[in-house]
Every structure is written in structure tokens, then in C-alpha cells.
Design a protein around this ligand. Structure first.
Ligand SMILES: [Zn+2]
Length: 248
């Protein structure tokens, strides 16, 4: 695996915790802008790796340092995930597909990192998982099923089921509390408010964009441009969540 080490970021701190997670992002801007930003002291952001659309891998921060990629974050009871994660940025505007070369580089790199640091394979996750109220990357075009087929992350293996809408924004009751409880079990930060509120909406967005992107495409949800889009919960998502929880 070739790694371009010609660019380094000053934006890092010393790592004190072992590496437990790999967090995937997209840059949401053209490659040169993203690279310049990730190595700009003023920007105060960075990632360990940046993968160009053509598949070239850049290392900007050493693995044994904390890079500043996840920000305020939470997953499975832990917060401030920068401390124990490796951040991988993918050169992508957010509203377009990833190239095959780029995905292959991401897979090769992640496999090496998982092996090297004994990262549990289910801890290959996205920025939207750990910050669902702020972030939507790596978005609906990141193929989580492909990575799960290669032992990175998890997938539900639900293909076709009868689709039925279950809950809508504003719904209240025990069934919403149970849904919130189950989403929290998966790892998301969500309070059991018993109401399909905005925090629930954001977590459902994170869940469906990752595990059921075809639904978002079919429903015509303006995923990329409208951060305040309202989502709903359905029988297929419910089945996917149940299948995923069994894998924990
Ligand atoms: Zn991100």
C-alpha cells in the first residue's frame, strides 16, 4: 500500500487512549481545498488520512496522535471519539458517488489499520453515526454493505420486506421510547423522550442513510441540501434495526 507522506498537518494532540474506532468522512469540497484546509493551522481540523478520488492515500497525521476530525461526538457510551479513533477523509462533494479506486484504497487502508491496532471490525463507523445532529457524512453513497462483506462494519442482510410506515415526526408514546432505546443500543446518542422529536429525526436520518439509502432516494428526501428534512420510521427499518442488534 503506497502512502503519500508529503503533506503533514499541525493539527493534532498526543494520544493517550488505544485506537478503538475508524471513522469515515467525506470532505464536501474539491480536493485541493480539502487538503489545504486539513493542513491549515488556522482551520483547526485534520484527519489521519485523506483519500483522493483516484485512490491515492495521503497521511496527514501520525496514527499515534489525535487528529481533529470527529468534533463533539458520541458512540456506545463514549464521547470525544477523536481520542480513540483514526479519521479517514474521502475526497467527495457529498452528493456524488465514490470512485471504485477510492473505495478500494479505503478498504485496503482500513483492513491494515484494523489488523495493526486490533480494532473490532464492528467499530468501522461514519461521522454521521457519532454526530447525527450535526453531520451527514459519509452519506448515502458510501457502500456500507460492501465494507461489511469485507468484515468492516455491520450490515443487516434485510433485502425485501413489506414496507409499511410506522411512526411519524411528532408521534408520542411507549413505542417511540422503545425505538429510541433500540437505537441507543446500537450506539447512537439519543434520549428516551418517548417523542419522535428532532434528536430522534436526526438519528433516524443517520440510520436510514447508512442502512436503507434506497428508501431516502425513493422518497426523494433532499438528504444533501436540506439538513432539516423530516423522516419517518417504517417496518423495513424496524427489521433492519432488529437484525443489527442481534450482531452486537
Ligand atoms: Zn466528517
Amino acid at each position: 500500500m503506497l502512502i503519500n507522506a508529503n503533506f503533514t498537518s499541525p493539527n493534532f494532540t498526543d494520544r493517550k487512549k488505544p485506537i478503538e474506532y475508524i471513522i469515515v468522512h467525506y470532505t464536501e469540497m474539491p480536493f485541493n481545498l480539502a487538503l489545504n484546509r486539513l493542513i491549515d493551522k488556522e482551520a483547526e481540523v485534520s484527519s489521519h488520512y485523506l483519500i483522493k478520488e483516484d485512490g491515492e492515500i495521503f497521511q496527514l497525521v501520525a496514527d499515534d496522535k489525535i487528529a481533529w476530525h470527529a468534533g463533539k461526538s458520541f458512540w456506545k457510551g463514549q464521547s470525544a471519539l477523536n481520542q480513540n479513533s483514526i479519521g479517514i477523509e474521502l475526497d467527495n462533494l457529498g452528493n456524488n458517488k465514490f470512485s471504485r479506486e477510492q473505495i478500494n484504497s479505503c478498504l485496503t487502508l482500513s483492513k491494515v489499520l484494523v489488523q495493526k491496532y486490533s480494532v473490532p471490525s464492528i467499530n468501522f463507523i461514519g461521522h454521521s453515526d457519532v454526530a447525527p445532529d450535526r453531520k451527514i457524512d459519509p452519506g448515502i453513497f458510501f457502500d456500507w454493505q460492501f465494507f461489511a462483506n469485507n468484515d468492516l462494519g455491520i450490515w443487516h442482510d434485510v433485502s425485501r420486506l413489506e414496507y409499511k410506515e410506522l411512526y411519524y415526526f411528532g408521534d408520542k408514546g411507549d413505542m417511540i421510547r422503545k425505538l429510541q432505546h433500540n437505537l441507543a443500543q446500537l450506539g447512537y446518542k439519543i434520549e428516551e423522550s418517548s417523542e419522535f422529536d428532532m434528536q430522534t429525526n436526526y438519528v433516524i436520518r443517520a440510520f436510514q442513510s447508512k442502512f436503507y439509502p434506497s428508501l431516502l432516494l425513493k422518497r426523494g428526501v433532499n438528504f444533501f441540501n436540506d439538513f432539516e428534512s423530516i423522516y419517518s420510521w417504517d417496518s423495513v427499518s424496524e427489521e433492519m434495526l432488529a437484525k443489527l442488534l442481534i450482531k452486537y
